[in-house]
Ligand binder design. Structure first.
Ligand code: LLH
Ligand code: MG
Length: 387
């Protein structure tokens, strides 16, 4: 048995070509330096697993106060047990141990196990399929000339995305601090449908704070436009509002994406009839362990479960199961280059081939980390190890 011997974080500088607005939405921007963190977990055999995350998510007190004490000395291969050991510490952590930190630890442990066994994590978890159609997920609307500032901009970009091979497109429309509204959303969705024709799957992820009546008016337009799903038009804490909406629309409602409560919140949504397609994210819902539980829950009810977000963790769950039809590739924008890796990666994990993404063949999660770059750009580090 090889036990966890070290839980370590390296914070490094890298370069991004995006800016984040006052409400947390990313848009294209000039190159600028940002900080990222690599969480690394090492066992007694010297095997190490990694997960990229935000420095604040795995700050020193999180590693020293929660992750280290829960994991050190434990059999590194006990994935389910270790997930519960970390998750149980959230109750008394006064909000300091987030689902994102739990997810980073869980993903690093899966990465460790995959690397150790020489298997991609999606194979280790079940190995259900080796490719998945990708939908192009746009950035949110903006006011950038030639960007996503008008319904015509969305239509022109949608045509471009189809020419790149995508058979599905999801619009993130305008949200605060941009000028937003149901009428603008309907114009953009109509322009895109007219631009790409009836055979491309279209989805909408709109402003998340519409009222019931606004969400219903927008949903009725999506019914006319034959959209494949309608995502997060209202505050997700109100499960009854989603049930009310789902009861009145033909377009499938997809959710919840941001709800607190891991797989258990997803069970409540299914039981309430609040969604037609379930949603779970590996990063936001506490890791691969709870995401798999949500996918199996959906499958047991004959529902699809669509995984939120891009990246290696999402691909691990997608490749492990047959439930869910798409990989969310993005966020995309006419002025941004998704296909070139940032400097700390040697290649991207999700290149597009004929409208699909192939599951990674490398052992572990499949992130092609440039460890030399990360070491050369390290600005801080901390760890938890036995004294
Ligand atoms: O608000 C945003 O910037 C996007 O909606 C983003 O959170 C995206 O991850 C999403 O919701 N995808 O489905
Ligand atoms: Mg979304």
């Amino acid at each position: 048995m090889a036990v966890v011997e070290r839980v370590a974080v390296t914070v490094f500088t890298t370069v991004t070509r995006s800016v984040v607005d006052g409400h947390g939405h990313r848009h294209p921007g000039p190159p600028r330096e940002v900080r990222e963190a690599l969480l690394s977990i090492t066992d007694g055999d010297g095997a190490t697993g990694h997960c990229l995350t935000g420095p604040d998510t795995v700050r020193e007190t999180v590693v020293g106060g929660y992750l280290g004490p829960a994991l050190l000395g434990q059999d590194a291969t006990d994935r389910e047990r270790l997930w519960h050991r970390v998750a149980r510490r959230q109750r008394g952590a006064q909000g300091n141990l987030s689902d994102r930190a739990l997810s980073a630890a869980d993903q690093a442990l899966w990465d460790l196990m995959g690397r150790k066994l020489g298997l991609p994590v999606w194979k280790l978890l079940g190995g259900a399929r080796d490719r998945i159609p990708a939908y192009a997920s746009t950035m949110c609307g903006d006011d950038i000339p030639g960007g996503l500032a008008t319904p015509d901009d969305y239509a022109a970009f949608a045509k471009e995305l189809v020419s790149r091979g995508y058979r599905g497109i999801k619009l993130h429309t305008w949200m605060p601090p941009q000028r937003y509204g149901v009428a603008r959303d309907i114009e953009a969705c109509t322009a895109v449908r007219e631009a790409v024709g009836p055979d491309v799957a279209l989805m909408l992820d709109s402003n998340h704070w519409y009222s019931r009546s606004e969400a219903l008016a927008l949903g009725r337009a999506l019914d006319e436009l034959r959209f494949a799903w309608y995502e997060e038009p209202m505050e997700e804490a109100s499960v009854q509002s989603y049930r009310w909406l789902a009861d009145q629309l033909e377009t499938p409602i997809l959710g919840p994406e941001t709800s607190w409560g891991k797989h258990m919140a997803r069970a409540e949504w299914v039981a309430a009839g609040a969604c037609d397609i379930l949603r779970v994210g590996v990063v936001g819902s506490g890791g691969i362990v709870p995401a798999l539980k949500a996918v199996h829950l959906a499958e047991s009810f004959g529902m699809d479960c669509e995984i939120h977000g891009n990246g290696s963790g999402a691909l691990a769950v997608i490749g492990a199961t047959l439930c869910g039809r798409w990989y969310e590739r993005g966020l995309l924008h006419p002025h941004s280059d998704y296909d070139s890796p940032p400097p700390h990666l040697r290649s991207i994990v999700d290149p597009l081939v004929d409208g699909e993404v192939r599951l990674p063949a490398a052992p572990g999660l499949g992130d092609d980390l440039d460890h030399e770059y990360i070491a050369a750009h390290a600005v801080a580090s901390w760890e938890s190890a036995p004294q």
